[in-house]
Design a protein around this ligand. Structure first.
Ligand SMILES: [Zn+2]
Length: 376
């Protein structure tokens, strides 16, 4: 979707902002492409930057990270002027508070990917929902104590919040870098990864969402469903930021021509094939035929359930979902590599069958059961 970059992306000298099609915004702190030396100008600009980031609804996940193996390693103290001058301090203090408020006000998940030193403004990382750290990451608070400033503002609040007041005081008043391992033991860091892997891991954690359009082929209450309406709902789900839409034949009334028509209508409306999935119920025995129809249109993602278990609480008489065993049997036969082992699924089906008081709907499971009886 959002391929064009908003203007604020290029407005901040020390922030590199990039966003992928799924809305994952990566914010990299840097000074001319090298690890950031934090300046007074950054202090001013970050207020606005985090405000704009929080405002932009196209940002679905925000990842904060550094550059060149360092989160924020240094500070240009003289650039701030005389912080003992009340007028100077008032501005520094106001900006400091606003940066934190605007960061905290980002209304989507924020992940911090910390490599190397986070020695200046580590509270930016601590305000993230999840902190992933490279094993060589270190946390410290250079500016306050060493600069003659009491670390009583945001950095104290965030460290107290994450690690407890006692640890925060000890850490901030006797500044000595703590290791990623210590930060992990304190509950500040959620995960430690090998050096250089924090950003990749943060991207992995940037979760992926699928939205469902249920009763896409027919509704137990209103009858036939107009495919144009289904596509309209799918488009609004994508606008809300889902990564994939899944059309559900909740009551199992769809037939292959319906599947082909809906798929084409969706593609014509601009939904890429790789963002379309299907969820078929085998209520009237058409699930596998519908999969074949969707496959022929280029769809590659299908829901199914082991043994064909399931049903639907709001669709009276709904049969189970398409059985994974049957689906994999057919896809194996078509030479499509799914990475799913039919033998393993069958074993899971047998286990489920042994725990319930009725036969599983899966034809493959039934055939296997018959085969086993023959062999006994
Ligand atoms: Zn269903």
């Amino acid at each position: 979707m959002q391929a064009t970059q908003p203007t604020y992306f290029s407005q901040y000298g020390s922030l590199k902002l990039t966003r992928d099609v799924q809305g994952v915004l990566v914010v990299e702190f840097h000074s001319n492409g090298r690890p950031l030396t934090f300046t007074a100008q950054d202090h001013t600009e970050f207020v606005d930057a985090f405000y704009r980031i929080s405002q932009d609804r196209a940002n679905h996940i925000v990842i904060l990270t550094g550059t060149g193996g360092a989160f924020i390693p240094g500070i240009d103290f003289p650039s701030f002027g005389n912080v003992a001058d009340p007028a100077v301090w008032s501005q520094v203090h106001d900006e400091g508070v606003q940066i934190l408020e605007n960061l905290a006000n980002i209304r989507v998940p924020v992940i911090a990917a910390v490599e190397g030193p986070a020695h200046v403004h580590s509270e930016y990382a601590l305000l993230a929902n999840v902190i992933v750290a490279g094993e060589g990451a270190t946390f410290d608070d250079l500016p306050h104590f060493a600069g003659g400033i009491v670390p009583g503002d945001g950095i104290f609040t965030t460290w107290s919040y994450r690690a407890g007041a006692g640890r925060a005081e000890a850490f901030l008043l006797n500044p000595k870098p703590i290791t990623a391992q210590t930060a992990y033991e304190w509950g500040v860091v959620a995960e430690i990864v090998p050096n250089g892997k924090a950003l990749a891991r943060a991207r992995e954690l940037g979760w992926w969402r699928r939205g469902y359009v249920s009763t896409a082929f027919g509704c137990p209450y209103s009858g036939a469903v107009d495919p144009a309406k289904v596509v309209e709902v799918a488009l609004s789900l994508l606008d809300l930021g889902v990564d994939e839409v899944c059309f559900g034949d909740t009551i199992g009334v769809g037939v292959p021509p319906d599947v082909r028509a809906l798929t084409r209508l969706a593609v014509d409306a601009g939904i890429p094939l790789e963002r379309i999935a299907y969820h078929f119920h085998d209520t009237r025995g058409t699930a596998l035929a519908n999969v074949a129809a969707a496959l022929s249109e280029g769809v590659r993602c299908f829901d199914s359930s082991t043994g064909g278990t399931g049903g639907c609480p709001y669709a009276p008489g709904a049969a189970g979902n398409l059985a994974t065993d049957d689906l994999i049997y057919m896809l194996d036969g078509l030479g499509i590599d799914t990475g799913v082992s039919l033998a393993a699924v069958s074993e899971a089906s047998r286990f489920i069958a042994s725990k319930i008081d009725h036969r599983l709907p899966s034809r493959h499971a039934q055939a296997e059961e018959a085969q086993r009886k023959l062999e006994v």
